[in-house]
Ligand binder design. Sequence first.
Ligand code: C2O
Ligand code: CU
Length: 489
Amino acid sequence: TGALGLGLVAGLSGCGVGSTSVNQVAAQPFTRKLPIPSLAPSRVSDGVRVFSLKAGAGRTRILPELDTPTWGYDGASLGPTLRAERGEQVAVEVTNGLDVTTSVHWHGMHLPPTMDGGPHQAIPAGGRWRPSWRIDQPAATLWYHPHPHGTTEEHVYRGLAGLFLIDDDASSRATLPHEYGVDDIPLIVQDKLLDRDGALRLRRDGGEPGILGEVVTTNGIAGAYLPVSTERVRLRLLNGSTARSYEFGFGDRDIQLIATDGGFLDAPLTIDRIRLAPGERAELLVIMKPGEMARLRSFEVGLGGVAVPFAMGGNDAFDVLELRAAASLKPSPAPDWPRSRHADEDELHESAVTRTRAFELDERKINGQLMDLSRIDEVVTVGSTEVWEVRSTVPMPHSFHVHDVQFRLLTIDDAPPPEWLRGPKDTIYLEPSRRYRLLLHFADYADPAMPYMYHCHMLWHEDEGMMGQFVVVEPGDEGAVRAPEHPGS
Ligand code: C2O
Ligand code: CU
């Protein structure tokens, strides 16, 4: 069976199903209300806020008339939104209800490497895992997803992903839309490739850059609309796709960018579009007038002349979500927030840099090597500040992600980055050939026996080996560095 032609929902071309113009796509109705992931319940016991998550299989109506077998946490697809405050000790009781090994990684979280949920914290089928750590970073929209060795793409693509929101003093005093699901909207964007019987197609056709779907989903379903009841609406946007990058915007209105991966910008920034590679997040404010309709779209991913097969069908634009304003809207104050200072932000100064490392990414390797669970690639001293120079050496972009830290982008090819890339980041789109200089501070959690990961967040690339491991150690502890035992790796 061929891939299902879904021009009516998402716009597509290529793959032998014909093409659908933007206008045809735009003419289609958005028929279902945007589902809002529930807030995960928690209990506080002995000063620890305890959540639980269970990975399992189910069925989802990604399209209105078709059941798709999917995986989810505490449900058929995606997962509840975890929410905690800076300073809180949290724990998550994770149960693997699947019949394959998985793991749960807290993407963007500053935490000990044994709690990180990477490939070394695998949870066998039927198994349990209970990480616990103290939330020690500014307010941000983080997320969680599986990270099992070699099968991350499949697990995320089947539906395992959720948001993890952090609040702090600055975010609770801010004048920003903050009513979850009302004017503060979680928005997980993913693309899916469906067979006619509704099954997720896992086979990639051309190889690169991984699975590119023809259906774009928001919070798990295609063709959703969001009822808007306030003048301003905050979108916490996550590109949870496995391979596709998006150039989000409205076309007919500006947006205010308020936060990137790791938290608030210094001040709201007015932009018309924002590009998000797999793994990246952005918090946006959209201003609506009573009764109007606006469409969040993805435009062609511009790459300075380099053709990259990332937009739907290669080159087009498509609609993502329709926003429908009520006939009268509750007023929202102008956005403002006290600066959310990171305890370590003072260390994030180039003058503190003690070491520079280079990372060259080709088609599948980093610095000429494929991922090896038993090899530690980089040893970093706790408390130090470094510059990582990262570059795709091939005519292909990558999405570079570093665990444990929020970094700052210093320069792209020695020029200051555009303003929308100056916020706290943990994942960054690498345009081909350009050199990105990242400033990172490794504040704590020295452990010579457990590494963190850095990798391409285009998950097929990651699974194929585009990943490396770094450990953080006390000064002088370099000799104690060892990779964890990994039977069967
Ligand atoms: Cu979002 Cu190493 O992952
Ligand atoms: Cu890549």
